[in-house]
Design a protein around this ligand. Structure first.
Ligand code: ZN
Length: 393
């Protein structure tokens, strides 16, 4: 048994002072305050408060929109390269993530999905067998190919496809059922049928890369969409007389929505507006990171797309093409741009994405949850990350 001691803990809904977290076989078996519980004599004690006097324990971050990092692209990396990316993610506090595809030739996408399914199943089957401690791929996010030509961003037009259940099923089969999230433009012909089928298979259907009117967006939600992808980016802009998809995203209190808080994709004031609209229950942080995250300026691949990175700005053909954002920075930015507490910002990077994507007990510190934790400074810097109770180096 391992016992973690710290100064504070966020579950994240609750705050506990002087917490003790008991971990057995990689799973949390008890959470309490030191004031109420004794440490058993045989336990291995990790006193984080000794190394970092104001250490805060929080759930590991969950990034449901991530294309790569550390020079690696999730659609192109081999299974022997992915651990390098996973270790990069743990250094930024991420313990679980959705490798995210971009629109590409269907056979290439299917090949990538098969590889990603392999790594997801490997992570599931060796709960503590991995030699290294690294972030876990939890499921796949299909960003495309069912996107709007008008709002495609940098997704190549040649690879955008009209939605059909048949093509969705082909992708689903290639991924062996590990598709957990799909971004789709609801206004496309055939989209509502695909949304309904994906929702039936427990996929988090997310409205995005969309030119939808308000009505078309609402039809998407009625069909089963429950989320929105990188709010404001690759969406019909908000107009006060023809409000469009953004009005649905910002006013539907049942809908969760994510946003890229890197200070580049969305202005800080609009981040404030978004957080005000979605609140602490429905706001979700994503990185939309590319292979360039954690790397110097240069040229990188995003699936089939070549991305130029200059001073942290990723572009292709002059359009924004993902980010170099890391989740810990996104959390800190939320505290700075909107004045949210660290606890609330953490929630938008942990519990909210995990709940939206129906990821069981991921994204929270709770009895029976995997011991995936991050140790933060009060400023939101990552001091240490634990995956299934083991500390990453
Ligand atoms: Zn993306």
């Amino acid at each position: 048994m391992i016992v973690l001691c710290a100064h504070r803990l966020y579950t994240p809904q609750q705050e506990i002072q002087n917490p003790l977290v008991f971990i057995e076989d990689g799973t949390i078996s008890s959470i309490s305050s030191r004031d109420h519980k004794e440490i058993p004599r045989h336990a291995e004690v990790v006193d984080l408060a000794k190394d970092f006097s104001d250490a805060i324990l929080a759930p590991g971050f969950v990034d449901i929109h991530m294309h790569g990092g550390a020079g690696l692209d999730v659609m192109r990396a081999s299974s022997s390269e992915l651990p390098h990316l996973n270790q990069f993610l743990t250094r930024h506090g991420v313990t679980g993530y959705f490798p995210t595809t971009v629109a590409a030739p269907l056979n290439q996408t299917c090949a990538a999905l098969e590889r990603l399914a392999d790594t997801i199943e490997a992570a599931q089957s060796s709960p503590s067998g991995n030699a290294t401690v690294e972030a876990l791929p939890l499921g796949i996010h299909l960003e495309g190919p069912f996107l709007s030509h008008q709002r495609r961003g940098v997704h190549p037009p040649a690879y955008l496809v009209e939605p059909t259940v048949q093509i969705f099923d082909r992708l689903w089969q290639a991924a062996r059922g590990h598709v957990c999230m799909m971004t789709i433009a609801p206004e496309l012909p055939g989209a509502l049928e695909v949304i309904a089928e994906a929702a039936r298979r427990k996929v988090l259907v997310s409205l995005g890369h969309s030119d939808a009117t308000l009505e078309a967006a609402r039809d998407g939600v009625k069909a089963g969409a429950r989320h929105a992808t990188h709010t404001f980016n690759a969406m019909r802009p908000l107009d006060h007389r023809e409000p469009g998809i953004l009005a649905e995203v910002l006013t539907d209190t049942e809908l969760t929505a994510d946003i890229i808080v890197d200070g580049i994709h969305v202005a800080p004031e609009i981040v404030q507006l978004f957080l005000h609209a979605k609140g602490i229950d429905c706001a979700v942080l994503i990185t939309d990171a590319t292979a360039a995250a954690g790397m110097p300026d240069g040229t990188y691949q995003l699936g089939p797309i070549q991305v130029e990175v200059k001073e942290g700005r990723c572009t292709a053909d002059g359009k924004l093409a993902g980010s170099v954002l890391t989740m810990d920075l996104a959390v800190r930015n939320v505290t700075q741009f909107a004045g949210w507490s660290l606890q609330d910002a953490v929630r938008a990077a942990t519990l909210n994405p995990a709940k939206a994507a129906i990821l069981g007990r991921h994204g929270q510190l709770a009895l029976g949850a995997e011991a995936n934790l991050v140790v933060l400074s009060p400023q939101g810097e990552v001091l240490r990350t634990f995956v299934r109770g083991r500390a990453a180096s």
